[in-house]
Design a protein around this ligand. Structure first.
Ligand SMILES: Nc1nc2c(ncn2[C@@H]2O[C@H](COP(=O)(O)OP(=O)(O)OP(=O)(O)O)[C@@H](O)[C@H]2O)c(=O)[nH]1
Ligand SMILES: [Mg+2]
Ligand SMILES: [Zn+2]
Length: 297
């Protein structure tokens, strides 16, 4: 028996990476698990047969799992957003940061399309930050700016991936498949070029699939534009905003939710420009969502 990682599975066919190769697997007869009960990233036990064929004999409990994108046992999440177009949806980025942190997955933010980005035309975000990269670096997140076209910044991202299971997540058109191609020359995934002749639409990614890339396994995934917050309590929300968390001791009230309370250190930091307006706005939106979800239970 050999241990491996499920790369993808559909229609009764499973592809498992083990011993530096990909095995075509089927489920063992008595091992009755529906397709949707497996996720890419699942650790499975396989019994090799002839050639590269094998049967799946068992599956290990998951260390973590995401629903959007659907994948298990992830070490690293690359949150991919374009600097230019589509305009980066920072509400979605802040949601993704919460989702992966709850799942105990390390996030890395990758801003793409650096070749199209021109700082003089970009919006000034706060007093101290001039770009969204500044905002997230100041909080303490690891942020890369890359061009999938020119290759600028790609090597730095590549260094993060060895011996890990990583997932690319973000909105449609942000450049996830293009980033995968830039990280893994030779393996050309289809990207969203619109064919001007046929106008038959874009090559948008439809499946989650792990692939061997830069010394690790990386999953390209379909883009999405909305995401529910995970099940957290109102008092816990600050835990997922590191720049709020480090200041909360200075709020007058221990139970301060940094909303309408007086003498709030978070609101003071917002006014002095130390906390970004977009981060605070998203905190307020998420707070309302969390409170409404609490009421429903
Ligand atoms: N100029 C420039 N264009 C890029 C860059 N990255 C991606 N693109 C273009 O942006 C478009 C969308 O790229 P994709 O890689 O298909 O985006 P995606 O995130 O995989 O989209 P979905 O599969 O729909 O989720 C394509 O036309 C790419 O050529 C970049 O760094 N610079
Ligand atoms: Mg894609
Ligand atoms: Zn407060």
């Amino acid at each position: 028996m050999t241990e491996g990682v499920l790369l993808k599975g559909y229609g009764g066919f499973y592809y498992v990476y083990a011993e530096d190769r990909v095995w075509d697997c089927s489920l063992r007869g008595r091992f009755r698990i529906k397709d949707q009960d497996f996720l890419p990233g699942d650790r499975v036990k396989i019994l090799p047969k002839e050639d590269n064929k094998a049967t799946i004999e068992g599956v290990e409990p998951r260390r973590n799992a995401l629903t959007r994108p659907a994948i298990a046992n992830v070490d690293l999440a690359l949150l991919v957003f374009a600097l230019t177009s589509p305009k980066p949806d920072l509400n979605l980025l802040d949601r993704l940061l919460i989702q992966v942190t709850v799942a105990e997955i390390e996030p890395i933010i990758v801003f793409t399309k650096l070749d199209k980005f021109n700082e003089t035309t970009s919006t000034i975000i706060g007093f101290e930050e001039h770009t969204i990269t500044d905002v997230y670096r100041k909080i303490g997140y690891t942020v890369f700016e890359v061009s999938n076209e020119t290759g600028q910044g790609i090597d730095e991202v590549k260094l993060q991936l060895a011996d890990k299971v990583s997932v690319l997540a973000g909105p449609s058109g942000s450049g996830k498949s293009s980033l995968f191609n830039a990280l893994s020359p030779g393996k050309e995934l289809k990207v969203g070029e619109i064919s001007t002749k046929s106008k038959r639409g874009r090559h948008t990614t439809r499946h989650v699939e792990l692939m061997v890339c830069a010394g690790g396994l990386v999953a390209d995934t379909p883009g999405f534009s909305s995401l529910f917050l995970p099940n957290i309590k109102r008092a816990e929300l600050t835990d997922f905003f590191p720049e709020f968390n480090e200041r909360r001791q200075q709020c007058r009230f221990n139970s301060c939710l940094h909303d309408k309370e007086p003498d709030c250190a978070i609101k003071a930091a917002l006014e002095s420009g130390e906390i970004s307006a977009s981060r605070y706005e998203h905190y307020r939106i998420f707070l309302q969502e969390v409170i409404e979800a609490e009421r429903r239970y």
